[in-house]
Design a protein around this ligand. Structure first.
Ligand code: GLN
Length: 258
């Protein structure tokens, strides 16, 4: 019997500017992993300019936006507010997914106070603020995820910004090793609807295939009303995670958490 065709659309926003420590790997791995399940993914890069049309408007199932230092954040800021904010607000409202890393995550909170003391207003999808302080928080990080519950996420962080979330703002999880949002309260990242902000570079998704599957599952439920397990049954696939697991175990400092 012919396999049913499943197709998703993924959009990387400002990949030429917002992409450090391999963040581009997130969309690459998302597409690769979907292909293993027999799901094809159309990918698009969206840069400066209006976004009031597909693929960013209405079509995208998932958005990616990588990290960037203060200079890159300043570079995209005007366009982000003018051309991307409202279309992303609609996407959030419609349960679409977004994965925003580090500098992008900061722009999605209430504000970011840079190392030179300048306040950059964010778009408040996540309730909380970020202030730059020294020393930078850098190194390998392990996080016990809220979703999928108990999964251990691993990654690499390097940020001067400390993010303090409002009480009640959902997080990505609890820091096991490393700094996360601020190095003080053990919180890491933020989640509103299906929008995720995190300090984990890595790239995040190739290092955390369980979290990638979690995002694929949400995208499939949104578009087809069917779970990833359902697709696995329909398409009769078996996945071998041997290399992904080896990559996780290879991070010496995090060995005891994975
Ligand atoms: N400029 C931000 C900071 O240092 C973001 C850095 C990043 O994206 N890695 O806090």
């Amino acid at each position: 019997m012919a396999k049913k065709k499943f197709e998703l659309t993924a959009v990387d926003i400002y990949p030429q500017v917002m992409n450090i420590y391999g963040d581009r790997g997130n969309i690459i791995y998302f597409k690769y992993r979907c292909a293993l399940y027999g799901i094809s993914v159309k990918t698009f890069d969206v840069s400066f300019g209006t976004a009031d049309e597909p693929p960013i408007k209405d079509e995208a199932d998932i958005f990616f936006m990588g990290g960037g230092q203060d200079a890159e954040q300043a570079l995209i800021y005007g366009d982000f507010i003018k051309n991307k904010k409202s279309v992303l607000a609609d996407a959030l409202e419609n349960n679409k997914i977004m994965l925003a890393i580090c500098g992008s995550y900061q722009l999605m909170c209430d504000y970011y106070k840079t190392s030179s003391g300048k306040i950059i207003r964010g778009i408040s999808f996540f309730k909380g603020f970020t202030e730059s302080k020294t020393p930078r928080l850098k190194g390998n990080i392990a996080v016990k995820a809220d979703n999928p519950e108990g999964a251990v996420l691993v990654g690499f962080e390097n940020h001067g910004g400390r993010t303090y979330l409002e009480k009640g703002q959902k997080t990505i999880g609890t820091v096991l090793k490393g700094a996360g949002n601020n190095g003080e309260d053990k919180s890491e990242g933020a989640r509103t609807g299906n929008f995720f902000g995190t300090y984990l570079h890595g790239s995040l998704l190739p290092k955390n295939f369980v979290f990638c599957d979690y995002l694929i599952d949400i995208a499939l439920r949104n578009r087809y009303g069917i779970s990833l397990d359902g697709i696995i049954k329909i398409n009769g696939v078996t996945i071998n995670n041997e290399f992904e697991i080896l990559a996780r175990k290879d991070i010496a400092e995090l060995k005891k958490f994975v």
